[in-house]
Design a protein around this ligand. Structure first.
Ligand code: PRX
Length: 650
């Protein structure tokens, strides 16, 4: 982030103290902070006891093999039982769990009793197809109820899911299936997006045909899009045909608290995505606790809606596990925000009487651009809590969100966390915290955050530094799948016993935390994490490209945008024009990784700025991409390079 924007952020002076009426009924109380401070571990044990344990734990944290944590390790539980059966047994079977809305406007409502029955049948199906405790199952689905059913059914039998976002390419899917050695894939023919069916099954076919994905024995296909699909006899099975004869009874077995629950791949600083591993008891404790307190969930009356796709961590923690563990009623929407009209989200809030709404700054900014009239033509008065996640929310967007969507009444919780943290770490608590637009504010009770300098010492308030978590927490990742060394190196090597998040941050004078963006080569485009190295390797895999450098340039809507600089191998005449090359390479990246990684711009250059040791100086390329004056070039091996590049782009 440029120092200008930091200064404008820090001069933000608007404050929104809690409404006393809201505070009077708030779930979170100031006492939470006190209890957590007095005894952090008993505080977490207390939170864990909100769940149903088949064998109660006697041990809270085992940190003897740090940085590999074990939480509640001698306890056993079943995650799906906690999200389903327990609510039905408590007499809440008729409560709606999911109000699902397809993009074309078709709907399905599933009560807790119905969802439980579906999950039981799916669990029986998985078992019948040979899936056992510890086996990995890949999920590549649109946002349909079957995605939730599949995740919970896998959890129910102690297997491990790896959900791959439906926007990822066949190649990305292949890499993830292979890394996790998945035995089964659950996909759909296609799903609805932007008014038409986008096929998913062909990507699975391609992923399994390419390379060595021999571990996959079966592919279960949900019928959603109705599009034609190729069929591999003996491998492919229709989900609905397989499920129909299954028994709706299934007794959930308990598994140890540290049983792996899921792997979720995320981008790191190398070209290879890492499989973030989460386990059961600690993760569920963390997401249920945060979901209840951060969103002030009153499960009997609230209608909660998180707009994230189940393919991202937000969809795991705050669509599936947190809300269902808490017995919440929620909206699940398949499509894009602007299909078939730009007021679709507001229409859904009105239709279902949504009370708690959790989304991303990018979406808020794009709605802001479309003007106030669209949201103002819907009745949004049911809303009482708004949440933001994925990237810093600029104060302008924050205030717009509160005024136009929240009717000037609703608290906004800006929640900082990561795939690795499992659940929310830093956020205001509605009814307690006096809100400050643009700041993620305070560590949650039970979470210890600090901001350190390069030397590992805490920096004074008001100074920028590196965000660390200083104590283990229940939802923390338990490792990188199949690569314990990478886990140590990425998160623990820098500061020893403190978790290094990869984000820059500073505490202001009041002790509120401001996030300043990634400090590594990770981009954040529309709240989605992408790695410069991964996009660079996609670019150089194209036969035209000799070298590539990718940077994140600030973008009004998406936060950051991907900008690539490439050196073309073949004589430029053969590629016709730089425009043609740029077009082809943008498409190539989308095909290799997925549309979210498609560069906003590809610049064909003849040189890249490098230090004498050959390291690309991305800082200078960022200056070019953002149209700034180019910074200090004295450490470049060839100082004229930047002049050549910027002349060329002018
Ligand atoms: O840079 C931070 C940013 O998103 C990164 C985590 O990305 P991911 O693992 O994909 O998870 C996104 C959803 C939790 C962080 O390292 N980030 C996330 N939330 C915020 C944020 N930056 C600023 N403010 C936030 N509220």
């Amino acid at each position: 982030m440029s120092s200008n924007s930091i200064d404008s952020l820090l001069s933000e002076s608007r404050r929104f103290p809690p409404d006393p009426q809201f505070a009077a009924h708030a779930i979170a109380t100031p006492e939470l902070y006190e209890r957590a401070k007095a005894d952090r571990l008993s505080f977490w044990a207390e939170q864990a006891r909100e769940l149903h344990w088949s064998t109660p734990f006697t041990q809270t944290l085992d940190w003897s093999d740090a940085p590999f944590a074990r939480w509640f390790a001698d306890g056993t539980l079943n995650v799906a039982y906690n999200c389903l059966d327990r609510h039905v047994l408590a007499g809440k079977g008729d409560r709606v769990a999911l109000h699902w809305e397809g993009e074309p406007g078709d709907t399905r409502t599933l009560t807790y009793a119905q969802l439980t029955a579906e999950v039981k049948r799916a669990a029986n199906l998985l078992t019948a197809r040979g899936i056992r405790e510890g086996d990995r199952v890949a999920i590549y689905l649109p946002v349909v109820p079957e995605a939730v059913v599949a995740m919970l059914a896998i959890a129910r039998i102690g297997a491990v899911h790896s959900v791959v976002f439906g926007g990822f390419s066949a190649e990305s899917l292949r890499a993830r299936i292979e890394d996790a050695q998945a035995k089964l894939v659950i996909t759909a023919d296609g799903g609805w997006r932007k008014g038409r069916v986008f096929p998913l099954k062909p990507a699975v076919d391609a992923a399994l045909a390419a390379g060595d994905a021999s571990t996959v024995e079966r592919v279960l296909v949900v019928r959603r899009g109705g599009n034609d699909v190729d069929w591999v006899e003996g491998r492919d099975l229709w989900w609905h045909e397989e499920l129909a004869p299954m028994d709706a009874e299934h007794v959930a077995q308990p598994f140890p608290a540290e049983n792996p629950l899921f792997i979720l791949y995320t981008s790191g600083t190398t070209g290879r995505p890492k499989g973030i591993l989460h386990t059961s008891g600690g993760y569920l404790t963390h997401v249920a606790y945060t979901h209840r307190n951060v969103f002030d969930l009153h499960a009997e009356t609230d209608v909660y809606w998180c707009t994230a796709d189940v393919g991202w961590i937000t969809g795991h923690s705050y669509v599936v596990y947190g809300p269902l563990a808490n017995g919440a009623t929620q909206v699940l929407y398949e499509g894009t925000p602007d299909t078939p009209h730009p007021g679709r989200w507001w229409e859904l809030i009105q239709k279902y009487g949504v009370t708690i709404f959790y989304t991303a700054p990018t979406a808020i900014r794009s709605f802001m651009k479309l003007g106030d009239d669209i949201p103002r033509s819907f009745d949004l008065s049911s809303l009482r809590v708004l949440g933001s996640v994925g990237e810093p929310i600029n104060p302008e967007a924050w205030v717009w969100f509160r005024e136009v969507i929240g009717g000037g009444r609703t608290p906004i919780v800006d929640t900082w966390w990561q795939t690795e943290t499992g659940g929310i770490m830093v956020s205001a608590l509605p009814g307690i915290t006096s809100l400050k637009p643009g700041s993620a504010q305070v560590p949650l009770p039970g979470i210890s955050i600090d901001v350190l300098g390069e030397d590992g010492a805490p920096v004074p308030r008001g100074s920028g530094g590196l965000l660390v978590v200083t104590e283990p927490w229940p939802g923390m990742l338990r490792g990188v799948w199949g690569d314990p060394e990478r886990y140590r190196e990425t998160y623990w090597e820098r500061f020893g016993d403190k978790y290094f998040a990869g984000d820059g941050a500073r505490f202001d004078e009041d002790g509120d935390l401001w996030l300043l963006g990634r400090v590594d080569d990770v981009l954040n485009v529309s709240g989605h994490r992408l790695s410069t190295a991964e996009i660079e390797s996609a670019l150089v895999s194209h036969p035209w490209v000799a070298e590539a450098a990718v940077v994140g340039a600030s973008d009004e809507t998406t936060g950051q945008a991907v900008v690539a600089f490439v050196i073309i191998k073949v004589a430029e005449a053969d590629v016709a024009t730089a425009e043609e090359a740029a077009r082809a390479l943008r498409a190539h990246v989308a095909e290799q990784i997925g549309a979210i990684a498609r560069p906003r711009q590809v610049y064909v250059v003849s040189e890249l700025p490098k230090t004498r040791s050959g390291k690309i100086m991305r800082r200078l390329l960022r200056d070019v991409a953002e149209g700034r004056e180019i910074g200090d070039t004295t450490t470049l091996a060839d100082t004229s390079v930047m002049q050549i590049i910027s002349d060329r782009l002018r």
